[in-house]
Ligand binder design. Structure first.
Ligand SMILES: C[S@@+](CC[C@H](N)C(=O)[O-])C[C@H]1O[C@@H](n2cnc3c(N)ncnc32)[C@H](O)[C@@H]1O
Length: 541
C-alpha cells in the first residue's frame, strides 16, 4: 500500500495499484455520465447530478490517503514575503492580514492616495501558461490539444507539478494558497438544494460536471502515457481532491497579462496581488510592458492599517459564486439572468420572430435584470414590446425599419396598450419566478442573521436572497411602468402625423417580405391576467 498522507517530496509513491484500478473503473463511468447531454440517460438534471456526485464521493474516499498534504498557510506568509523580497519585489507598502471581509487580504502599511501605485509584481515571479510551456510539462503540452487550448487546465496542472517539485521556484507562493475553496466543486447536495428554483443551480451543477469530466479525461489519458510519467507529479495518479483544489486555485485567482512581445494575452497567477479582495469600483490594475510588471493602483484613498481592495470586474453574484467562490451582497454589478421566449403556440410566432431577428434577437434567449433603480435594459424592453404586439403592430413594425429601431427606446412607444401589456408581461413573469423559490426574501434575511448556516449554505442563501431582491425591485418597477404608461405615452414628443408621414415614405422605399400568418393577432397577456397579477401582493412572497 502507498504511504499515508504523502508529502510534496514523496509524491512519486502515487496511488497503489488497487486504488488506481478502482479509480479507473469509476472514472470510466464518470466519463460516460458527464460527456453526454443532461437528460440523455432519461433522468432529471438533479438525479443525474446526484449520481455523479455519489461516484465522485466514492472516488474521494478511496483516494483520501493519497491526497497531497498541505501545511498551515499562515506559517508560510513570512517565508513568502521573504521570497518576494529576494526576487526584488517591493512589497513594503502592504502586509497580509486576516479580515472580516474576504478572509486573508492585503493591509496598507501606510496611507495611499486614490490612484497611487501601491503594488508592482514583475513577470519574473508569475506563473503563466508560458512558464508552464517552459517547465517539465512542456513536452506533454506540445502533445495534447486540450492542454494547448484550455489555459485554466494547463495552469492547474502547472500548479500541481510545481507543488510536487521540492526545488520549485514557486514553492513559497504555492504554500500560501488556501487549502480549500467555495467554488461549486466543494458544494454538497444539501448546499445546492438551497438554490432550488434559482437559475444559478444549473450553472453550479454544470461547473461541477465539467470539471469532473476533465478529471476523468486526464486520469484516463495519462495512464501509460510516456511523457506524463516523466512529470514531477505522476499525473496518472492525480487525486480528484488535488485536481479540484488546483482548478479552484486557478479559477479564483488568475488574471490575463500580455506576452512579452505584447501580441497575445495569457493566463497568469500573480503572487501577492492575488491576495487582494474585491469591492465595487473599477479596474485599477494594469500591465506595464515597459516595466514588464503588473501595476496596481489604489482604488480609493486608504489609511494605514485598512484593507486594500481591488475590483475584479463587472460580475453578477452568480458569476462571482461560480467562478470566484463568493457572493458580494453589496455588488453594484449584480444582475439576474432570465429566459424570455415567444411561445411556439403563439399564432403570431413567425411575425414576432421576424421582428426580433431584425432586432438581432432570437425568439427565445437570456436577458439580464439588473440590481438598482433601472432593472430593465433596452434589449429586454424591445423583447417585451414584441412579445405582446398585435398583428397590426407587427405589420407596422415589419413595414418600417425606423419602427423597429424605436422598440429599444424608453421614450418611444408602440402604443399605450402595448406599453401596458409589455410591463404586465414582465411583472407576471418575475412574480412567477419569485413564487417558485421555496422561501421568501424575508425568511432568507432571517436565516442570514443567524449563525446556523455552514459556509457554503450561507453563500447559497446569500445568492438566492440577492436574486429575489432583483426580482422584487423589477416587479415594483414593471408595475410603476405599467401604471404610468398612459401618462408617458401622452407626454411623447413626436406627433403621430410625423410617424405616419415617415411610415408612408418608408413603405414607398422598401417593402420587405412579411412572414405569413393567417390567424388574428392575439395578445400574449389578457386584461384578466393583468388584473389578477396586480392583486397578488408582493408581501405574500
Ligand atoms: C484572489 S483571492 C483573494 C485572497 C483570498 N482572500 C485568500 O485568502 O487567498 C479571491 C478569494 O478571496 C475571497 N474574496 C475576495 N473578495 C471577497 C469579498 N468581497 N467578500 C468575500 N470573499 C471575498 C473569495 O474567497 C475569493 O475566492
Amino acid at each position: 500500500m502507498g504511504r499515508k498522507n504523502r508529502k510534496s517530496s514523496n509524491v512519486e509513491v502515487g496511488l497503489p495499484r488497487n486504488v488506481r484500478r478502482e479509480t479507473l473503473e469509476i472514472v470510466s463511468i464518470l466519463l460516460d455520465r458527464c460527456s453526454s447531454p443532461f437528460g440523455s440517460h432519461g433522468q432529471s438534471e438533479w438525479t443525474e447530478f446526484l449520481e455523479v456526485y455519489n461516484l465522485v464521493e466514492k472516488l474521494r474516499k478511496k483516494q483520501q490517503n493519497y491526497v497531497i498534504a498541505k501545511s498551515g498557510r499562515e506559517k508560510n506568509f513570512d517565508g513568502f514575503m521573504g521570497w518576494l523580497k529576494s526576487n526584488s519585489v517591493d512589497a513594503e507598502a502592504v502586509e497580509i492580514q486576516h479580515f472580516d471581509v474576504g478572509g486573508y487580504g492585503i493591509k496598507a502599511t501606510r496611507d495611499f492616495k486614490e490612484g497611487e501605485l501601491f503594488l508592482a509584481i514583475p513577470r519574473s515571479v508569475m506563473m503563466t501558461t508560458d512558464t508552464a510551456k517552459n517547465s517539465a510539462l512542456g513536452a506533454l503540452i506540445a502533445d495534447n490539444r486540450i492542454l494547448q487550448t484550455m489555459p485554466n487546465i494547463l495552469l492547474a496542472l502547472h500548479v500541481l507539478c510545481e507543488l510536487c517539485s521540492p526545488a520549485s521556484f514557486w514553492l513559497p507562493y504555492l504554500k500560501i494558497l488556501p487549502h480549500s475553496y467555495s467554488s461549486p466543486l466543494y458544494f454538497n447536495p444539501e448546499d445546492l438544494q438551497l438554490l432550488k428554483a434559482s437559475p444559478t443551480l444549473s450553472e453550479m451543477i454544470n461547473q461541477f460536471r465539467n470539471i469532473t469530466r476533465q478529471y476523468a479525461y486526464f486520469f484516463n489519458l495519462f495512464q501509460g502515457h510516456e511523457l506524463a510519467s516523466k512529470l514531477p507529479i505522476q499525473v496518472k495518479n492525480i487525486c480528484y481532491d488535488d485536481y479540484r483544489w488546483a482548478v479552484s486555485s486557478v479559477m479564483t485567482r488568475q488574471n490575463q497579462i500580455p506576452t512579452l512581445d505584447g501580441q497575445r494575452m495569457i493566463s497568469a497567477l500573480i503572487p501577492l496581488w492575488d491576495m487582494c479582495n474585491h469591492t465595487n469600483g473599477q479596474i485599477t490594475t494594469d500591465f506595464s510592458l515597459k516595466n514588464d510588471r503588473s501595476e496596481c493602483f489604489s482604488l480609493e484613498g486608504t489609511v494605514a492599517g485598512a484593507q486594500v481592495f481591488i475590483f475584479y470586474g463587472s460580475r453578477s453574484n452568480a458569476e462571482l459564486l461560480i467562478h470566484n467562490g463568493f457572493v458580494y451582497p453589496q455588488n453594484h454589478s449584480d444582475r439576474l439572468t432570465i429566459r424570455l421566449g415567444i411561445s411556439k403556440n403563439d399564432p403570431l410566432f413567425s411575425m414576432k420572430s421576424e421582428v426580433l431577428s431584425r432586432l438581432s434577437m432570437q425568439a427565445s434567449r437570456l436577458f439580464s435584470l439588473h440590481c438598482g433603480v433601472n432593472p430593465v435594459d433596452s434589449d429586454t424592453l424591445a423583447f417585451l414590446r414584441v412579445v405582446v404586439m398585435t398583428e397590426d403592430d407587427l405589420r407596422t413594425a415589419l413595414a418600417c425599419r425606423q419602427q423597429i429601431s424605436k422598440l429599444r427606446d424608453f421614450d418611444d412607444f408602440v402604443s399605450e396598450d402595448n406599453e401596458r401589456k409589455a410591463w404586465a408581461f414582465l411583472a407576471t413573469r418575475v412574480l412567477l419566478l419569485l413564487k417558485a423559490y421555496p422561501t421568501s426574501a424575508q425568511e432568507d434575511a432571517t436565516l442570514l442573521q443567524g449563525n446556523d448556516l455552514s459556509t457554503h449554505a450561507r453563500l447559497a442563501v446569500q445568492l438566492r436572497h440577492c436574486e429575489k431582491n432583483i426580482l422584487m425591485s423589477t416587479h415594483e418597477y414593471a408595475n410603476r411602468m405599467m401604471d404610468s404608461a398612459e401618462e408617458r405615452v401622452k407626454a411623447q414628443p413626436a406627433t403621430i402625423e410625423d410617424d405616419l408621414d415617415h411610415l408612408e415614405s418608408q413603405l414607398n422605399e422598401e417593402t420587405p417580405a412579411l412572414p405569413t400568418t393567417t390567424t388574428e393577432g392575439k395578445a400574449m397577456i389578457s386584461d384578466d391576467l393583468e388584473a389578477e397579477m396586480r392583486d397578488i401582493k408582493l408581501a405574500e412572497l
